[in-house]
Ligand binder design. Sequence first.
Ligand code: ZN
Length: 70
Amino acid sequence: MTRYENIGGVVTDADYWDCECNTDYIHHISDVEPCEKCGADPDEQPNSHVDEVHKVFDAFQRAEHEQIAN
Ligand SMILES: [Zn+2]
């Protein structure tokens, strides 16, 4: 499986997932527990949009996430 998928013009990043919250809904893949606030289960949630990941996390944070994931 490739990390980046293009679904109807929207590119998603398989290293991140969205929960059901209205704010702070992007979780890194190392976050394997359901969301504390909405209870969304990572296994059932969609991958995050790449542009939203970039908005929420800066390059430094994303680099840290890469280290956690690998
Ligand atoms: Zn949530």
